[in-house]
Design a protein around this ligand. Structure first.
Ligand code: HEM
Length: 332
C-alpha cells in the first residue's frame, strides 16, 4: 500500500520539485474585508443622500400644506386616506383637489422612504453610527404621527389645534432629518469643533423659532390675521406673533453671529449660520409684506411658511454640525 501525503506518515514519498504542487489552503482573501470596510461609509453616504432629498420633500410637504390652507383646500378630499374613494380622483380634479391629493402623495412617498430607512438602519446597524437606528425609528414614529394628525384634521373638519400640531410635527420631522443628514454626511471631518455653549445657544434659537412657528400656525389655522384685518377680531394672536418675532430673531442672531465674526469656525458652520441669518431677515420681510398685502397674495403667505420650515431645518443642521465623529463598530 502506498502512503498518501494526506496520511502524514514519515515513510511517505518525499516531495520532489518535479511533482505536481501540493494543494494548499488558499491565501486568506483580503477583498471581502476591504469591501466591508468601505461598505459602512458607502451606506452612510447613501443614507445621507437620501436624507437630503427627504428634507427637500418635507419642506415641499409644508409648502403644499400651506398652499392647501391658503387656497381653502383642506377639505378638497372629503375622505381619508383615499380621495373621493379612489387613488387618483380624475373626475373631481381641480386646483384644490390637486393640492390636497398631491400633499397626501408626497407624505406617502416620505413615509415609505422613512420606513425603508428605519428597516435598513436596524438590519445593518453594525455599519452605522450607534445613534442612527434610534433617529431613523423616531423619524418613522414622527411621520406616522404626522399622517394620523393629517387624517384627524380632515375628519375633525380642520380643528385649529390639530392643524397647528400637524404643522409642528412636520417642522420637527424636517429638523430631525436635517440634523441626522449633517451628522451622517461626515461633516465631522472638520478639525475645529464648535464649543458646547454655542450648541446650547443654537438649541435655544431653535426652540425660539419653533415656538414662533407654532404661534404662527395657531394664528393662521384660526384665520386670526384675516379676521383682525377685516373685522378687528382676534387681533391678540397677531400682536403676540409680531412681538415674539423680536426675541426669536435676537436668539437667532446670538447663535449665528459668533461663527461669522470670530475666526476659526468650519466652513460648514459658517455657511449654515449665514443661511439662517439671511433666512430670518427674509422671514421678517415676508411677514411684514403679508400684512401690507392684506394676506391677499397667496404666494407671499406660502413663502412665509416655506422660509419658516427652512429656518427650522437649517438651525437643526447647525446644532448637529461638526459633532465629534463616532467610531464605527465595523472599523473598531
Ligand atoms: C422668526 C420670525 C417668524 C417666523 C418663524 C414665523 C413663522 C410663521 C408661521 C410658521 C406661520 C404659519 C403659516 C401658515 O400656517 O400658513 C406664520 C403666520 C403668519 N405670520 Fe409669521 N413668522 C415670523 C415673523 C413674522 C412677522 C415679523 C410678521 C409680521 C409682522 C409675521 C406675520 C405673519 C402673519 C400675518 C401670519 C398669518 C398668515 C395667514 O393667516 O395666512 N410673521 N408665521
Amino acid at each position: 500500500m502506498v502512503n498518501s501525503p494526506a496520511m502524514g506518515s514519515a515513510e511517505s514519498h518525499p516531495y520532489s520539485p518535479t511533482d505536481p504542487p501540493i494543494p494548499q489552503r488558499p491565501a486568506r482573501q483580503l477583498k471581502p474585508q476591504v469591501d466591508s470596510a468601505l461598505a459602512a461609509p458607502r451606506l452612510q453616504r447613501s443614507i445621507a443622500l437620501l436624507l437630503s432629498h427627504l428634507v427637500v420633500a418635507v419642506v415641499a410637504l409644508v409648502a403644499i400644506g400651506g398652499a392647501t390652507r391658503v387656497m381653502e383646500a383642506g377639505l378638497a378630499c372629503p375622505d381619508w386616506p383615499l380621495c373621493y374613494g379612489t387613488l387618483l380622483p380624475g373626475r373631481q380634479m381641480n386646483l384644490q383637489v390637486f393640492l390636497e391629493w398631491f400633499h397626501r402623495l408626497d407624505a406617502f412617498v416620505v413615509g415609505v422612504a422613512l420606513l425603508v430607512t428605519a428597516v435598513l438602519s436596524l438590519l445593518r446597524r453594525a455599519e452605522l453610527p450607534s445613534w442612527f437606528p434610534a433617529a431613523a425609528v423616531l423619524s418613522l414614529v414622527l411621520v406616522a404621527t404626522q399622517a394620523g394628525l393629517g387624517a384627524l384634521t380632515v375628519t375633525q373638519l380642520l380643528a385649529a389645534p390639530l392643524v397647528t400640531a400637524h404643522l409642528g410635527a412636520a417642522l420637527l420631522l424636517g429638523a430631525l432629518l436635517s440634523a441626522a443628514q449633517v451628522a451622517l454626511a461626515g461633516a465631522s471631518m472638520a478639525n475645529s469643533r464648535p464649543p458646547l455653549w454655542w450648541r446650547a445657544v443654537v438649541l435655544l434659537a431653535f426652540l425660539g423659532v419653533f415656538g414662533q412657528c407654532l404661534l404662527g400656525g395657531a394664528m393662521a389655522s384660526q384665520w386670526a390675521a384675516d379676521r383682525c384685518l377685516e373685522l378687528g377680531e382676534a387681533c391678540r394672536w397677531l400682536a403676540v406673533h409680531r412681538s415674539f418675532a423680536t426675541p426669536a430673531a435676537l436668539l437667532l442672531a446670538a447663535a449665528t453671529l459668533p461663527p461669522l465674526v470670530i475666526p476659526g469656525w468650519s466652513g460648514l458652520v459658517r455657511g449654515l449660520a449665514l443661511t439662517a441669518l439671511l433666512l430670518v431677515l427674509l422671514q421678517i420681510t415676508l411677514g411684514v409684506a403679508t400684512l401690507r398685502l392684506q394676506l391677499a397674495v397667496p404666494l407671499v403667505t406660502v413663502a412665509h411658511q416655506i422660509v419658516a420650515a427652512l429656518l427650522v431645518s437649517v438651525l437643526a443642521a447647525a446644532a448637529a454640525a461638526d459633532l465629534k465623529p463616532q467610531p464605527n463598530p465595523v472599523h473598531a
